[in-house]
Design a protein around this ligand. Sequence first.
Ligand SMILES: Cc1cc2nc3c(=O)[nH]c(=O)nc-3n(C[C@H](O)[C@H](O)[C@H](O)COP(=O)(O)OP(=O)(O)OC[C@H]3O[C@@H](n4cnc5c(N)ncnc54)[C@H](O)[C@@H]3O)c2cc1C
Length: 140
Amino acid sequence: MTFLNPVIKYKKIVPEIFKEIPDVPTHSKVLIIGSGFGGAISAWRLAQAGIPSTILERGSYWPISKDRATFSDETIPDGRGYWHNKKIKLLNGFNACVDDFGGVMDVTSYEHIDVWRGACVGGGICYFYRGYDSARTKIF
Ligand SMILES: Cc1cc2nc3c(=O)[nH]c(=O)nc-3n(C[C@H](O)[C@H](O)[C@H](O)COP(=O)(O)OP(=O)(O)OC[C@H]3O[C@@H](n4cnc5c(N)ncnc54)[C@H](O)[C@@H]3O)c2cc1C
């Protein structure tokens, strides 16, 4: 199967992710790696305490709007959904080929388990299933 160059293909759909990356400060008191729940909350709390921080994120910032589909859906997946992973296993058990691209989810398959991790600005926040477990006081 021949794929179009993913850069050409996705540039038409989400040009924002190909914009030049802003310069990071040459010095930062705090450096946070990753912009998921952990990184984002740390940066927020530090900002509240008056301590500026820099977040370094490997993935893109994917804009979401009502007037276009930023991502493909599960039925016809593509590289926007996966972090440099050409062969993926879908939730229905079938395998699919996608472009080698810096999509939003980093999946590693092991024999009996697949591990899904965030790979975009917001990390796992971007595809949170909206399930919550209330924090038990004895844990905190
Ligand atoms: C599909 C899915 C659904 C989920 N649904 C729920 C739910 O309903 N309820 C619930 O409580 N939890 C849910 N989770 C779990 C939740 O999203 C994670 O527990 C949470 O995102 C973990 O936060 P984190 O900050 O540790 O990591 P992440 O959110 O994964 O953030 C880590 C960030 O670090 C970046 N990063 C990694 N390595 C580097 C590097 N070397 N340099 C720069 N950046 C890097 C990644 O790109 C990523 O953005 C879900 C997870 C997934 C995958």
